[in-house]
Write a protein that binds this ligand. Structure first.
Ligand code: 8X3
Length: 256
């Protein structure tokens, strides 16, 4: 499948994996609907991609954890954008590494609200239109934290296990349609993820990727592009992708 003149909706589009995916899709001539909270970044990305790749980019300042914002943005879209060819549920975050019993309640809520409820809200708005159109790919960005649990991972791991469960559930429910559901589960990818997790502590964040070559957002964008451009009868259900020097969430070889 070629992406030229297709439409992709991407959440969490202004940084990391979302931004790289927007760029990789735009390079193929794909029009974009980019959803994120930071409007200045959205506007800057829109003008860069439109100018560089001559594609149309629509932007939505939306916090995916707020259903009324998701719904209002969805309702404001012209019909053809309500039924994209590709939906990338990328928005997600982790907060902290405390033990479960010490976790601040607002951090627990935020992770579930964005990673799980936000993904469901966006899916439930766009996917019915994709079903009506009779084609499309849904890409959910999961994590190896949805395959394993590691010290301090607790709630984040629970949300990513939920992303795996929701992806599998959706695949079952869409089995009689031409739609495909793809879950991408990365290990260490160097993005703002760790700066957010450690609430701005750049040193702690840098330590996460220290001594190894991590994955970069472009590596994941490249994989997402691969999965959505397979022939329509090919559904890549799940892909686990890690840096070469990572074997599990905790077994990581680092050079001193
Ligand atoms: C991010 C990967 O191992 O930091 O989803 O949880 S990990």
């Amino acid at each position: 499948m070629k992406l030229k003149d297709k439409i992709a909706v991407i959440t969490g589009a202004t940084a990391g994996i979302g931004k790289a995916t927007a760029e990789y899709f735009a390079r193929e001539g794909c029009n974009l609907v980019l959803i994120a909270r930071r409007v200045e970044r959205l506007e800057a990305l829109k003008s860069t991609l439109e100018e560089k790749y001559k594609v149309k980019v629509f932007i939505g300042k939306v916090d995916v954890s707020d259903f009324s914002q998701c719904e209002a943005f969805f309702n404001s879209l012209p019909d053809e954008l309500k039924a994209p060819d590709i939906l990338v549920n990328n928005a997600g975050l982790a907060y902290g590494m405390e033990k479960l019993i010490e976790k601040p309640v607002e951090d627990i809520d935020k992770m579930f609200d964005v990673n799980v409820k936000g993904l469901i809200y966006i899916t439930n708005l766009f996917v019915p239109q994709m079903v009506k159109k009779g084609k499309g790919s849904i890409v959910n960005v999961g994590s190896i934290a949805g395959r394993e649990v590691y010290p301090g991972g607790n709630v984040y791991c629970a949300t990513k296990h939920a992303v795996k469960a929701l992806s599998r559930a959706l695949r079952i429910e869409l089995v009689d349609t031409p739609l495909r559901v793809i879950e991408i589960a990365p290990g260490l990818v160097e993005t703002e993820f760790s700066v957010v997790r450690f609430k701005g502590d750049k040193e702690k964040a840098a330590n996460v990727y220290k001594g190894l070559t991590p994955l970069y957002p472009e590596d994941i964008a490249d994989l997402i592009l691969y999965t959505v451009t397979r022939p329509p009868h090919v559904q890549i259900n799940e892909v686990i992708i890690m840096p070469t020097n990572q074997a599990t969430t905790t077994i990581i070889h680092r050079e001193n």
